[in-house]
Design a binder for this molecule. Structure first.
Ligand code: IPE
Ligand code: IPE
Ligand code: MG
Length: 247
């Protein structure tokens, strides 16, 4: 193994999919799947700490998920609020820094307040960073960043030729956070569904058939093992990466 292959992923991004099907298999309402999904989140967060992962980004609610039945959306919001209420203190005790990424302005005032309080509580923590993507869309994220740059150009503070990949990255919700090394999607679908479009440009992908509520520490270890066996070339040749040829 080369030195690079020994490295664990620092940032893992997960699309937690399959809650509805998990419930359906048990002849239960979809909501029960979402509830079981929250339990899986708790386990995976713990396991990421044990494995020394720096950042975990979880897709909890997409900007497209508003299209679901009103009742399911309402229950998801209530579950989010309940999970924050129950977990904020525990996250803090475990030195976890919580960030919510996404357009939270569409959430109720009380949920927005809960989000801000939980972020504030954990802001100085130095352990695992957990990003929860809620009302998040990758296109929304990029559009926002570009709009901010356009405002600066309009005011004369920035020249169009000074817009760089770095300046676009700096305006994203994940600015200052290393890009994901490993992307996991559970539930068998093989698509990005408008998750971190810009940030996933060179991320390694891992798709699991397991439905999210059943995704456990062994499954996460399988994904990490798969990641460790890959050669990330970033455009170079394998020989360059192996050090057999000049850089
Ligand atoms: C993912 O599970 C959770 C959310 C999108 C909130 P789904 O609810 O999409 O589960 P399936 O895909 O219907 O099984
Ligand atoms: C993506 O899952 C969003 C989340 C897991 C929160 P979906 O189940 O909504 O994705 P699509 O619409 O089937 O691609
Ligand atoms: Mg789904």
């Amino acid at each position: 193994m080369s030195e690079q292959e020994d490295l664990l992923p620092r940032h893992i991004a997960i699309i937690m999919d399959g809650n509805g099907r998990w419930a359906k298999q048990r002849h239960q309402p979809r909501f029960m799947g979402h509830r079981a999904g929250v339990k899986a989140v708790e386990n995976i967060v713990k396991h990421c700490i044990d494995r020394g992962i720096s950042v975990l980004s979880l897709f909890a609610f997409s900007s497209e998920n508003w299209r679901r039945p009103t009742k399911e959306v309402k229950l998801l919001m209530e579950l989010f609020s309940l999970a924050l209420k129950r977990q904020a203190k525990r996250l803090h005790e475990n030195n976890i820094k919580l960030n919510i990424i996404g357009d939270i302005s569409r959430f109720s005032a009380s949920l927005q307040k809960q989000i801000q309080d939980a972020e504030q509580l954990t802001i100085n923590n130095t352990g695992l960073t957990v990003n929860i993507a809620a009302n998040y869309g990758g296109r929304w994220d990029i559009t926002n960043s570009v709009r901010q740059l356009a405002e600066q150009v309009k005011s004369g503070a920035l020249q169009p030729e000074d817009i760089t990949e770095d300046s676009i990255s700096a305006g994203l919700t994940t600015a200052k956070i290393i890009e994901p090394d490993l992307f996991i999607r559970t539930g068998g679908e093989q698509r990005i569904s408008n998750f971190l479009l810009w940030q996933l440009a060179y991320t390694e992908f891992f798709f699991a058939d397991t439905l999210w509520p059943d995704f456990n520490s062994d499954e996460l270890d399988s994904a990490i093992t798969s990641f460790c066996q890959r050669e990330r070339r970033f455009g170079k040749t394998s020989e360059q990466i192996q050090g057999q040829e000049d850089a």
